[in-house]
Design a protein around this ligand. Structure first.
Ligand code: MN
Length: 296
């Protein structure tokens, strides 16, 4: 698979309001892009109070929240309380286990965000949980594009974000009627997600919320815009060398890993901590399917 266009599918978040998100990863044709393993795009919506996700756990991954519009309050079981605004990054490293909640605040006209997960390599699966907020990420400007580096390094600009594998995440903004050629790493695979407008990426039309995948080997990424400015997320990395097992909000390496995490969350085991928030309650893990889950 050299190139593939992944069209998003609508999913309902486990929230009280049932806000709809558009998911491109994981997909039947594509499991990961580097360590990136989950890509959700939601909004823009005027339902700015629409994200009400009560306490839920994570293991074995990092969550990345990136806002284009709106405000979201994050709270977690290691004591973090952080409002995130456009251009800022919330990064939560679950490691062995953490729980958190997310609540959008109706302080703006619209809510528009992406939420991404990064798989942790096996040596980091059981590390202590961490949370970081980045409000001053490196930005770059050129005549016909500008960008912000969320994670890793892009065109000489390096984000301070803590990551555990060779990967990169960039928000790229390109005005209408431009043709931009960006150098990329040949050992990385890439995904380009259109979050505002649509663009042609390496000759392929990428509609809003769709993701274009490019296998390792290319030296550059060509992006052409037409009659509207475009905002894209460029996600890349060395192809993830391990099979992972992703089930509900957990990533492990075996059925036993996720079954134990599920049992410990549902029995309120101290593994996932506790915290107070304005939402109240917690989201129980669903039943496991009646088969032994396999890493893929
Ligand atoms: Mn979460």
């Amino acid at each position: 698979m050299i190139e593939v266009l992944i069209e998003s599918r609508a999913v309902k978040l486990t929230t009280r309001t049932g806000i709809e998100v558009r998911r491109t990863l994981p997909h039947a044709k594509l499991k990961t892009i580097g360590a990136w393993c989950f890509v959700d795009h939601f909004g823009p919506t005027t339902q700015t109070d629409g994200m009400v996700v009560a306490a839920h756990p994570h293991t074995g991954l990092q969550t990345v929240t990136w806002l284009l519009e709106g405000e979201i309050e994050h709270r977690d079981s290691i004591g973090s309380v952080q409002i995130i605004r456009p251009g800022e990054l919330n990064l939560m490293t679950a490691g062995h286990g953490i729980s958190h909640s997310e609540l959008s605040l109706a302080n703006s006209e619209t809510l528009h965000a992406v939420q991404l997960w990064v798989a942790l390599p096996k040596e980091a699966l059981d590390i202590a949980p961490e949370f970081e907020h980045q409000a001053n990420l490196p930005r770059f400007d050129s005549d016909n594009y500008s960008g912000t580096v969320l994670a890793g390094e892009f065109m000489g600009h390096k984000a301070p974000t803590k990551i555990f594998s060779e990967m990169v995440g960039v928000e790229l903004r390109i005005p209408a009627w431009e043709d931009v050629i960006l150098p990329i790493r040949t050992d990385f695979e890439y995904g380009v997600l259109a979050i505002q407008g649509s663009a042609k990426v390496s000759g392929n039309e990428v509609p809003t919320s769709s993701l274009f995948y490019l296998a390792p080997g290319s030296k550059s990424l060509e992006i052409k815009t037409e009659n509207e400015p475009v905002t894209l997320m460029v996600l890349g990395g060395v192809p993830f060398p391990e099979k992972i097992l992703m089930w509900w909000n957990f990533i492990g390496r075996s059925h036993e890993d996720v079954a134990r995490a599920r049992e410990e969350w549902n029995s309120r085991n101290p593994r996932f901590g506790k915290f107070e928030d304005k939402i109240g309650g917690w989201i129980p893990a669903p039943d496991l399917p009646n088969v032994t889950l396999q890493p893929r």
